[in-house]
Design a protein around this ligand. Structure first.
Ligand code: NFS
Ligand code: SF4
Length: 627
């Protein structure tokens, strides 16, 4: 067993960029050069353009904007707006899923695959379930879920899943999340010209907005995706560009919303479609994915992962991609012009994500079946337009076992310890592994790639360091894909672990890096933390668990960071969230907020220091518990 190294992946990329050069394609690698160095004001967060008296930039000579706002107010407002953007994206995705559930019908295309979970949620929300048709119940629950976005009073329903202590902290700090749309609107209102410029208030609203994402919109996305498409269970798959197959029609799904990709997978598997592909000279159809939509279909169907965020152009550069079909978020507008250099169809499907140089097939829950079929057919018809001289699919790929929902983790670990029978079905076996020290703790590795960091380097190196120190990794998003591509989700990777974690991997038959899904599925990590706290009688902040987004880039990642910290988990970042221009904001985020939520941020760009700090933090928590 051998990991795929960063150098090997870079060699593949370089080879693909040669093809790009041949056809005159642009690439992020070239655009980064044109954009460097970045604007210093922007980097420090001290540029304000929220009114037309500006833009104002803070310098030692000009310490205030025209309205008199100082650096702290400007940095704080920018941070809150960043959060609001992220929360809006995640939460609107969740709303789409709730809307899809609202349209579920027994005859399809959208059905209820996990009725048990639906009933569980209904009971939590005090919705009568007795004697109700499951589809009637689905519509009722979906309707309530949609109402959560604009509820007139009260807090997000899902916050009742958080431990009592955590909710008390939220109430005391006045960050308990109300309606999702309201938190986003409040964020925009507070940051309008002439409103809040006090850092503390801006950070509080950043946290409340983040919490309405994590314990609201994102959790809605995760839970109702499970209801519709099934709660993930462990499944085998593969990762890296080598999953594409030269003889087949290659369809790549990219984006975030599984409503589209699920149906594409379904039709690509249809015997009629496969026969059609064969009639066009292909051997079959291969669907693979990029970014979080890939995580969604990998977790539930074992659909292979072609790559993560910074590999999205690479799938087109193989010359063997008949269609890259996207829904929303993290999609490079570059795919439009790039696809024009090849035969590739760039198919956009959502009114939320419209791009030049794409074929727009408006995807709608009511017509989803026909839409998906038309897209698969479009890809097949495009097979004959390939230029064989441009085709190069690197044969690099790794095996991966994925599908670790909270339910799956609990079930998998049931067998590991000699715990009492009555403790199975809880997180107690996992807790026992942690208390005994066989596992020292856990790191939630999440987030994107960012050209400021060698793609995947921090993700993979930190994970290697953690597992060697008996710290288990739960991963999601592009971080999870980095792990899968490297080989860290192959069960054989247990050999890279310390003796304790290795033993657990053997007993439970799991890889040391557990794929928990997409970025909205970080809500699964919240639920796991809440369960661990309840089952142990500890507060979440006492658990030897931390979060880490070493290569993050998107607004969504900041919203996530805010809800993870607010939930009581220390969070480590490898990229600064444009706050270095205000010492007051830095002090609040890395220290001050600890008084409200018992956790804070750490920003550290050095790989070794970042890893050491996380281990230190985990060991500190253990020492405080006397374990
Ligand atoms: Ni998360 Fe998923 Fe990837 Fe980052 Fe984008 S795909 S929602 S934002 S880049 S991890
Ligand atoms: Fe400048 Fe104030 Fe307007 Fe911002 S709000 S652009 S700091 S005048």
């Amino acid at each position: 067993f051998k990991l795929t190294t960063i150098e090997e992946n870079e060699a593949i990329t370089n080879r693909l960029l040669e093809t790009g050069a041949k056809v005159g394609a642009d690439s992020w690698q070239l655009r980064v050069k044109n954009q460097t160095p970045h604007c210093k004001f922007g980097e420090q967060g001290v540029c304000c353009r929220i009114c037309s008296m500006g833009p104002c930039r803070i310098t030692p000579k000009a310490p205030r904007g025209i309205c008199g706002c100082d650096a702290h107010g400007i940095v704080g407002r920018n941070f809150l707006r960043f959060t609001a953007g992220g929360c809006a994206a995640h939460s609107d995705h969740g709303r789409e899923i709730a809307h899809t559930l609202y349209q579920a019908r027994p005859e399809g295309p959208y059905k209820v695959k996990d009725p048990e979970k639906l009933i569980r949620i209904a009971k939590e929300w005090n919705i009568e379930t007795e004697g109700k048709d499951i589809y009637d119940l689905a519509h009722e629950v979906a309707y309530v879920a949609l109402g959560e976005y604009g509820k007139i009073e009260g807090y997000q329903n899902f916050t009742s899943r958080a431990p009592e202590h955590t909710r008390e902290l939220w109430k005391k700090a006045e960050i308990m999340p109300r309606a999702v749309d309201r938190e986003i609107a409040t964020a925009m209102h507070m940051t309008h010209m002439g409103n809040t410029s006090k850092p503390e208030a801006l950070v509080r609203q950043s946290f409340r907005t983040g919490l309405s994402d994590g314990w609201g919109g994102s959790m809605t996305g995760t839970e109702f995706s499970d209801v519709l498409f099934g709660t993930p269970t462990p499944i085998e798959t593969e990762a890296n560009l080598g999953v594409m197959v030269a003889e087949n029609v290659n369809i790549v799904v990219h984006g975030h919303d599984p409503s589209l990709s699920e149906l594409i997978c379904e039709y690509a598997d249809d015997p009629e479609m496969i026969a059609y592909a064969k009639s066009k000279g292909a051997k079959g159809i291969t669907v693979s994915g990029v970014c979080c939509t890939s995580n969604e279909v990998a977790m539930r169907r074992g659909i292979p992962m072609a790559g993560n965020f910074l590999q999205q152009e690479n799938v087109v550069l193989t010359g063997a991609c008949e269609a890259i079909v996207v829904d929303v978020q993290c999609i490079f507008p570059a795919l439009g012009p790039l696809s024009k250099c090849f035969h590739t169809k760039f198919v956009t499907t959502s009114p939320i994500c419209q791009m030049p140089d794409s074929d727009f097939v408006r995807f709608d829950a009511a017509t989803a079946g026909e839409n998906a079929k038309a897209i698969v057919k479009m890809a097949i018809d495009n097979f004959e337009n390939r230029n064989p001289d441009l085709v190069y699919i690197p044969d690099t790929k790794q095996k991966a076992t994925v599908g670790y929902s909270v339910e799956a983790i609990v079930k998998t670990l049931d067998g590991v310890t000699n715990s009492q029978v009555d403790e199975t079905g809880t997180t107690k076996p996992l807790l026992q592994c942690i208390t005994s020290g066989v596992i020292r703790g856990a790191v939630a590795m999440v987030g994107c790639n960012n050209p400021k960091i060698r793609p995947d380097y921090l993700h993979v190196e930190l994970m290697k360091k953690m597992i060697a120190n008996d710290i288990v990794i739960i991963a999601s998003g592009c971080s999870a894909q980095a792990a899968a591509k490297a080989g860290l989700m192959d069960k054989a990777a247990k050999d890279l672990c310390g003796a304790g974690l290795k033993r657990v991997c053997e007993l439970a038959d799991i890889p040391p890096v557990l794929h928990m899904g997409s970025c909205v599925d970080i809500s699964r990590m919240l639920m796991l933390a809440a369960e661990l706290a309840k089952d142990s009688g500890l507060n979440i902040s006492q658990l030897p668990v931390v979060g880490c987004a070493p290569e993050w880039m998107s607004e969504k990642a900041v919203s996530i960071g805010n809800y993870v910290v607010s939930t009581g988990l220390d969070t480590f970042l490898g990229v600064d969230p444009y706050v270095s221009g205000s010492d007051q904001m830095c002090e609040l985020l890395t220290n001050g907020v600890r008084d409200w939520v018992e956790a804070a941020y750490t920003v550290e760009k050095d790989l070794d220091k970042l890893g050491d700090l996380m281990i230190e933090r985990i060991e500190e928590k253990r020492a405080a518990l006397g374990i």
